[in-house]
Design a protein around this ligand. Structure first.
Ligand code: NFS
Ligand code: SF4
Length: 641
């Protein structure tokens, strides 16, 4: 077995790996090792299981067979598999958006216990959508906004409403010209599934253009629509201070870990944990402690300052502390393995969605309409479970790390406005122009049990910061940066001198000693926020997003959702680095199009959209490639390099 130090650079996670092994509890880190060596066909993306003639797989180096039984060549198979991965990344994000839209509609109609928390944002978005707002009830406006959102899953002509309100004009021109702009999310997902099916689209370039449309569906129906409506319902995040690491679990409290993605459930769990605190005391506990896991952790951190225990790859280890009464999950990134681990302790796994069940787990069905009832029931189950805790099995790693989060675009603009009230983007644009901020990088995506946890994310971030690149972050990558000190003031030591000065100036303007080196912008669907920031800066400078010295990096990704998000950014004109094999290597054609190999003379995404995929497992090398790209874009803008 791999040494704990090879599995994660987080001390708490290392300790818990030791505990799990001592107690014969298997986790994803150990299973990842059992899965080695990896299948070379799957890794290259050359196997096809689309029909019952197969499975077919293409041999490397020209050996036979070179075609599937139906005659599909390797480029078709790899492109189809890439499109399929994007569909499985985009569909869950689109479902996320649709569920929030339905929740907003039900709330506007008075059918849920939720309220419209950010009326100002509601009015702004309504205005953008062309909805009249003068002398109208909030609920009426909210209802129309929700219906406009639902149109993005229904309309048969034109473009999605969220493309109309969120895409940059200059950037969108290319998509419109190529006929790639999505009409509605469900229509495009259905089309993508259909064209990728056996005997349908066999043109690899056409399939890759389909993948770009999937990326756009992800960006607008998944990211933008979800964040916008969640801000309306639950409030737009503002700077907040909290804590990271397993040490946020409390030895004498009822611990509830909330895990998944959609804030509807978790917001209510936090509320009910507060309301039932007295019940926990009656059971002999000191109260109820809610901690976050994965993107639900990000959502609660951003809006409520709830501390964060774990990112994706170490989710099972939260349970291994022996101190978790309930792990409550909704959708996405929930390892089925948590139930097996929970069975070794007293932890109750509670599933809440009809489409996401785990055998052996307790299921408490959650709907926005009955949110209070479900949340109360779940918190009571956790409190009752406290008596089953075995004190001799409890070991919570002590370390916690302080972190600032909550950097919505609104919050960032508010800080910038302290320096220039008229033109808040000017100080940022000026800093980029002068080179004090060499560029902007979004450090995003996951942690992956095959990878050394946090190492890639933190290494790329530190290297970019050292070179004066402003780092914004989301998803589980944000957990990595938070845990390793890049979201608190001490992390400024990692920044280049110029960037540090900018962060200190901005922080002082906001009444803080400084801004943290990595600005936490939220969950994965909140990648809409960095996208909005880029659009704002590009519009201010009068250029297209593709011209900006900005990059994205996903060093430890595992999820197809991250691939969909990455494709959205590539379509916007931003290079995206992945540190984990994207499984396209079997096709020189697909690799050339996505990774900008122009030697074969074909067209590439870089040429058409201004962004490409960079696959580089070595984080230092990746950072260097990203810096080169930033400098290239600076030079093209005529900025000093
Ligand atoms: Ni994003 Fe969030 Fe984490 Fe990766 Fe999964 S939780 S949606 S996919 S693993 S960042
Ligand atoms: Fe084989 Fe073609 Fe069927 Fe795929 S679609 S399994 S390549 S016959």
């Amino acid at each position: 077995l791999r040494e704990a130090a090879e599995i994660s650079i987080d001390n708490g996670v290392q300790q818990l790996i030791g505990k799990a092994r001592q107690e014969s509890v298997e986790t994803a880190f150990d299973r990842a090792q059992k899965m080695s060596p990896v299948c070379t066909f799957g890794s290259a993306g050359v196997c096809c299981r689309l029909c019952l003639e197969g499975p077919c797989r293409i041999m490397p180096n020209g050996r036979e067979p070179q075609r599937g039984i139906c005659g599909a060549g390797v480029d078709t198979i790899v492109a189809r598999n890439f499109l399929a991965a994007l569909v499985s990344g985009t569909a869950p994000h689109a479902e996320h958006g649709r569920e929030v839209a339905l929740a907003l509609l039900a709330t506007a109609e008075g059918k849920t216990p939720f309220a419209i928390k950010d009326v100002d944002k509601l009015l702004v978005i309504a205005g953008e959508l062309g909805i009249a707002t003068e002398n109208r009830e909030t609920s009426e406006i909210a209802r129309e906004v929700a219906l406009k959102a639902l149109e993005d899953f229904q309309k048969q002509q034109g473009a999605m409403n969220w493309v109309d309100i969120r895409a940059q004009g200059k950037t969108r021109e290319t998509w419109d010209k190529l006929g790639l702009t999505p009409v509605n999310a469900h229509l495009e997902i259905s089309r993508a599934v259909t064209r990728g099916a056996m005997g349908c689209d066999a043109d690899p370039l056409n399939l890759l253009l389909g993948a770009i449309t999937m990326g756009l569906v992800d960006g607008f129906a998944g990211l933008h629509l979800s964040s916008d409506l969640q801000d309306i319902l639950f409030g737009t995040p503002r700077a907040v201070k909290s804590k990271y690491c397993m040490g946020v679990l409390q030895p004498r409290m009822v611990n509830i870990a909330v895990h998944g993605h959609v804030p509807m459930l978790s917001e209510k769990i936090v509320e009910w944990a507060g309301r039932l605190n007295g019940e926990a005391k009656k059971m002999g506990a000191e109260g109820i402690n809610v901690v976050g896991v994965c993107c639900t952790g990000n959502e609660l951190l951003m809006r409520q300052g709830v501390p964060v225990a774990s990112s994706f790859s170490s989710q099972e280890l939260v349970i291994v502390t022996g101190a978790v009464e309930a792990m409550v999950v909704d959708i996405q990134c929930i390892m089925p393995g948590i139930q097996k681990v929970a069975e070794c302790y007293h932890t109750n796994i509670i599933t809440t969605m009809g489409d996401v069940k785990i055998p052996g787990a307790t299921h408490v069905e959650f709907h926005p309409e009955t949110a209070d009832h479900a949340a109360e029931q779940i918190v009571r189950l956790a409190v009752q479970n406290f008596t089953r805790r075995d004190a001799s099995r409890v070991a919570i790693p002590e370390e916690t790390v302080e972190a600032y989060a909550g950097f919505s675009v609104e919050q960032i603009i508010e800080v910038l406005a302290k320096l220039d009230g008229e033109q808040p983007l000017k100080p940022l644009a000026d800093a980029i122009a002068s080179g004090a901020v060499r560029g902007v990088a979004a450090l995003v995506g996951c942690t992956n049990p095959r990878e050394k946890q946090d190492f890639g994310n933190v290494t790329v971030a530190k290297e970019l910061l050292r070179n004066n690149v402003l780092v914004v972050t989301t998803g589980c990558a944000a957990h990595s940066l938070g845990k390793h000190g890049l979201m608190n003031i001490s992390g400024l030591d990692y920044c280049g001198a110029e960037l540090r000065n900018v962060l200190i100036t901005l922080g002082k303007a906001a009444g803080l000693p400084a801004l943290p080196p990595a600005l936490h912008m939220g969950s994965c669907v909140d990648n809409s926020r960095p996208a909005n920031l880029l659009k704002a800066v590009a519009d201010y400078l009068g250029v297209a997003i593709r011209q900006l010295p900005v990059v994205g990096s996903c060093p430890e990704t595992h999820s197809p959702k991250a691939m969909s998000i990455g494709t959205y950014f590539i379509a916007c004109g931003v290079d995206v680095h992945v540190g984990v094999n994207p499984q396209i290597g079997g096709s020189a054609f697909v690799t050339a199009v996505l990774c900008n190999d122009r030697s074969a003379g074909g067209i590439t995404t870089d040429e058409v959209f201004g962004g490409k995929l960079i696959y580089q497992p070595d984080p230092l090398q990746a950072a260097k490639t990203l810096l080169d790209r930033i400098d290239q874009k600076r030079a093209e803008l005529g900025l000093p390099v």
